[in-house]
Design a protein around this ligand. Structure first.
Ligand SMILES: Nc1ncnc2c1ncn2[C@@H]1O[C@H](COP(=O)(O)OP(=O)(O)OP(=O)(O)O)[C@@H](O)[C@H]1O
Length: 307
């Protein structure tokens, strides 16, 4: 649905993006994660056609954003980091204004009411935007992005500046919107991205440093899996037995009866290890994944970032 291909962007001598490529498939919620200054906003602005890339291509549902901007932009709902709200308007008036601006062809009253219900702002429709809390303003911005039912939503740091309750509400909202839309949303907060997204694209210093399903990310970063084991029996027997299992790369002895097993990424060695140790008469007392946590992976990849 969204294809970013070899995009490079320079601001004068600053290379903000350096040959980045990634995709977001239909119905996927993809998190663009990186420290401040990594290039997230620049990426978002290029995807939405607000900024042109120096090199590379962005396709929205197969349509090139630079060659056919009108057609491509009609498929996108964009929530910039600071939504450009007209604060003297009421919520309803503002949404009517955006509806007209976007030249939406749906029945106006019903569609605006539907969108207000989705983002839960119907109760403030007559309030002047200036008097709304930051959380409500963010939802008004989201409502504006949703007008016209675009299949793609691009959300730039949608929870910045919100209180914890508002953050939880917006996350829930994004998750539910993910059922019907392809979403790319940026954040510098790992826990946020991992709570909401199917896939994480990590960006640092204008380069993509990781791109994987949220639950597979740490494994894909370390390039191999790690298991921590506690096993009874003679050390040489245990090591030898585990070493015969397909996919096992290294067995290291830790304190007591503990071992660390490194294995090839994508291979599940647990059953094999169970079988060989049972055969050798060495009971397994504990076995768990010893991979880097997502936090550790993120820090490892973004060391030296601007944040
Ligand atoms: N208009 C500009 N002129 C010059 N340099 C810029 C401009 N906009 C961004 N940059 C630089 O490009 C790099 C990427 O910036 P960008 O705003 O895309 O990062 P970001 O990941 O969105 O960070 P933040 O979360 O702080 O907004 C940074 O080094 C930034 O200083």
């Amino acid at each position: 649905m969204i294809e970013v291909q070899h995009v490079t962007k320079r601001y004068g001598s600053v290379k903000a993006l350096d040959d980045i490529s990634f995709t977001a498939d239909s119905g996927e919620v993809v998190g663009l994660l990186g420290p401040n200054g990594a290039g997230k906003s620049t990426t978002m602005n290029i995807i939405t056609g607000y900024l042109s890339a120096g090199e590379g291509t962005v396709l929205i549902d197969g349509v090139d954003i630079l060659e056919h901007p009108k057609q491509a932009k009609a498929k996108i709902g964009y929530l910039p980091e600071i939504p450009p709200l007209y604060v003297d308007m009421t919520v309803r008036r503002y949404l009517e204004f955006i509806f007209d601006l976007k030249k939406v062809k749906l029945p106006k009253k019903e569609h605006i009411a539907e969108v207000m219900t989705i983002v839960k702002i119907s109760d403030v429709e007559s309030r002047v935007i200036r008097n709304l809390s930051k959380g409500y303003r963010q939802r008004v911005g989201l409502a504006a992005a949703l007008l016209g039912n675009p299949p793609v939503l691009i959300l730039d740091e949608p929870t910045v500046g919100l209180d914890p309750k508002q953050i939880i509400d917006i996350r829930k909202l994004i998750k539910s919107l993910g059922k019907k839309h392809t979403i790319i949303f940026s954040s510098h907060v790992l826990s946020e991205v991992s709570a909401v997204c199917d896939r994480i694209v990590m960006i640092n210093n204008g380069k993509i440093v990781a791109d994987a399903a949220t639950d597979k990310l740490s494994e894909s970063i370390s390039g191999e899996g790690i298991l921590a084991l506690e096993v009874e029996g003679a050390v040489s027997t245990v090591r030898e037995a585990i070493g015969t299992v397909d996919g096992v790369k290294r067995v290291s002895k830790a304190a007591g009866n503990n071992y660390t097993v490194e294995y090839e990424s994508g291979v599940d060695v647990r059953r094999g290890i169970f079988n060989v140790l049972a055969k050798a008469g060495c009971p397994i007392l504990m076995m768990r994944s010893g991979n880097l946590t997502l936090e550790e992976s993120f820090l490892k990849l973004t060391e030296g970032g601007a944040d």
